[in-house]
Design a protein around this ligand. Sequence first.
Ligand code: AGP
Length: 615
Amino acid sequence: MCGIFGYIGKRNDAPSIVLTGLRSLEYRGYDSWGIASLSKKSSANWRIKNQKYLGKILVKKKAGKIGDANVNDLPASSFAIGHTRWATHGGVSDINAHPHLDCQRQLAIIHNGIIENYDEIRKELGSNHKFISDTDSEVAIHLIEENYQRLLTSNSGLKSQDYKDIFWEAVKNSFRKLSGLNAIIVMDIKSKCMIAAKNGSPLAIGKGSGENFLASDAHALVPYTKEVYFMEDDELVLISTDDIYIGKVYGYSKKTPVFSKLSLKTQDVDKGNYSHYMLKEIYDQPDVIRKIVGENNSSTAQFAKLIDNSYGTYMVGCGTAAYACLAGTYIFSKVAKKHLNWAVGSEFGYITDFLTSKSLVLALSQSGETIDVLEAVKAARTRGAKIAALVNVDGSTLFRMSDYKLLLDAGVEKAVVSTKAFTAKLAKLIMLASSLSDDVDKVVNMLKKSVTTVEQILTEKNLRLIRNLVDLIVKKQHIYVIGRGLSYPVALETALKIKEASYIHAEGFAAGELKHGVIALIEAGTPCIAFLPNDETYAASLAGVMELKARGGFIIGISFKNLDIFDYYLPVSDCGVATIIPATVIGQLLGYFLSVAKGLDPDMPRNLAKSVTVK
Ligand code: AGP
């Protein structure tokens, strides 16, 4: 779940180019960061001060977020690699931060993933190597050093190209030994180039003029180049200033990659004047939904046909995407009179025994890199099921591995707390279901109404209402959220936004479950958020609100009309089946303003990362 970035080329400021790359990848993990660089003709003054580093790799690394750190203390360099960490093995510390070096400071590595057999390899390497950190990653660079030394000693009278070949073989042989899902970038002083290898974790190559790049996410390359190549699993690439060739970890062929053009623009990855990406992405939603409604729907109709013709469709997703899957079951039942199943990605692998070649697995994911979803898809594929993906990141692993794919077109989502990707999934599911219904226009009008309703909620008058509510509940330890029918996944999503962004314990329930135990948690003043849309759930949900009120609950009603029983009311107009979109936006804003009120960073909440690429 880490972010890795590499640069080699004509410019002298490689360390700061890499630092910029790390900043745009920091949502992938922000426990620590680090950069390794190869100094160029440094100033005489610098050489005198840094005798011991001449001809060696320089490293600057620190625990914590990058913040306003700089790398001005690193000398001019045209070759650097960098890492931003989500800790798995070894605590959060400067020592455990990447990059890690070999014993001679001739090789440096940055790693994303988990080396499951690291302990075994460490034991095999034994006392020949000095391990400095508690990480699994450091083991890999000592293994590469071991292979490199062995190849060096068995080859005499070497020319520069030979170092590239030896480096290639050393990394290839070592990567074959690493079990688990990993991506590595290795820097070598002798051959003056970098080699990357991957299986499972994402990695993209960026081709510039006289310079080349590597990054975990293609959008980190946007400021520098639009020429990208998405590495496949078990591929290896060697990159120098003027050379790029790829090969197979378990093969011998080498070829020049075919680059594709990225359609992203710099402003797509920038937060503009918003104080946080989360707020910018909340404000992006009216345009995102409007675009989805306005799209020519031939691809949507085809995709819907696929669902209609399959012998059972199973939606799979994790976290927020799982709640979109749950909402999908209600949307298809209400709009298309069709039953779709859903499952949480990390559990789906245990319930695939019934899948056949007639089954369709529809995977929902913003990043397209969530390992639990990728593994679920792999499990389904082994049973012959067809794979369809509703995904936001073009070129992501899920996008490339699916038989049928529909992009969400929500634009780049950088805040760890997902917002527009969720409502875009809801809008796409409503459009898909509507194309199987007998009244598409009616549903499309509901979606159009949901756009203007979201714009209403984003007016200062309504934002003030939400901020005032935040002042009332920000000190509370527990918040409960209830909803019935389509409002049940909205209740779950609202609770997740509050938890992720503000660290307040919030729990979402199917309102009907209250009396089966949960209501025991309610005491005087306990904040209870209740979604009461103008649909078939209204009366029963109101009864639930009465029961909460009777136990002293502080009732926050989110509904199309105010009621005396509400202690606090937040209006949301009725948009039929599409009411879930503006209702969710209120939940997102509650999470956002609670986070800001507590002085937290909603873009990079503790212990989280934007795409979960380790199990
Ligand atoms: C949502 O705010 C969270 N960041 C998380 O639950 C996320 O939705 C989940 O990890 C799935 O991510 P994906 O959509 O990229 O697959």
